[in-house]
Design a protein around this ligand. Structure first.
Ligand code: GUN
Length: 294
């Protein structure tokens, strides 16, 4: 009898993120009913980048739904580096702020590395401070960057383990590609992969992708990955998100890869919602550490 192709798993990041937010909201509400202060997240947005404004609004909305107090600081695009650093210092010092998020990109007169370095690593819920990046790279506890952490959470919650398998990460950004490759190669049950990082100078990208049991796409080129670049039965995690005249699109051509993949994340509704959920998870973790220290 010809064997039937297994149904493809649609990895629903929206639903998974909602479950996570409900779990966080339950934890927060129990502690607050018990007399604890709620968690606090300072969200700093400098300038009027339209995409950043949407991200920040979504983060504030998710905070509200989980019982986290969001302190929004909307600064003019011409804000000076000194004024921004003064605000970050004030947030570092505030006992009711457990997490600080500095939305990127920053206006051109501001140096992102200097500003990120000013954030207290113990409140760096984005996981961008060099101390947390260093901790990640040598396997010490610290805050993990939210998008790669969200990807790892999806693998775990869908019981898709890359252990012993070949994982290919396309994209080498500091925010996604590099930290994701490190997390995938960690000695954890839902990691332990053999990882290849591909980038713009990779000689034969299609051949690298075809070798992958788990393919992670994070370059922001809408629809570039198609079925001919895929191994039959591969897991495709699409981290790319681009605004196109046809709406938000991922790096995978969803229709095409769905013919061959065992599991795929859609765009929108895949990795995106998980990023916000992991930000709030980091904030709640920071809050718990702070309220239990007192
Ligand atoms: N800009 C785009 N993605 C992110 C993110 O995850 N965190 C911050 N701070 N800025 C971003």
């Amino acid at each position: 009898m010809p064997c039937e192709k297994q149904r493809m798993i649609l990895i629903d990041g929206k639903k998974t993120a909602l479950t996570l937010l409900e779990e966080l909201a339950a934890e927060v509400s129990e502690a607050v009913l018990g007399g604890r202060r709620p968690p606090g997240l300072a969200v700093i947005l400098a300038g009027e980048d339209p995409a950043s404004q949407i991200y920040v609004r979504n983060k504030e909305k998710a905070c509200g739904e989980s019982g986290i107090v969001s302190l929004a600081y909307r600064l003019p695009a011409a804000v000076s580096q000194d004024d921004l650093l003064t605000l970050i210092e004030a947030c570092n010092a505030r006992p009711d702020v457990d997490g600080i998020l500095l939305q990127l990109p920053l206006p051109p007169q501001l140096d992102a590395q200097t500003c990120l370095l000013a954030i207290d690593p113990a409140k760096d819920v984005d996981g961008f401070h060099p101390e947390n990046v260093g901790r990640l790279s040598i396997g010490l506890p610290g805050f993990l960057p939210c998008t790669p952490a969200g990807v790892m959470e999806l693998l775990k919650r869908y019981d898709l383990s890359p252990a012993g398998k070949k994982a290919v990460v396309v994209g080498r950004s500091n925010i996604v590609g590099k930290p994701l490759a490190i997390l995938l190669s960690r000695p954890d049950p839902y990691a332990n992969a053999t990882v290849t990082i591909c980038h713009s100078r990779t000689t034969d990208l299609a051949a690298e992708c075809r070798a992958a049991d788990f393919l992670f796409l994070a370059v922001g080129k809408p629809g570039f990955a198609t079925a001919d670049m895929l191994k039959e039965g591969a897991v495709v995690i699409d981290v790319g998100i681009s605004r196109t005249p046809q709406g938000l699109k991922g790096d995978a051509n969803f229709e095409s890869v769905s013919r061959k993949a065992a599991a795929v994340t859609p765009v929108p509704g895949g990795v995106g919602p998980m990023t916000i959920a992991m930000l709030l998870k980091n904030t709640v973790r920071s809050w718990k550490e702070r309220i239990t220290c007192k």
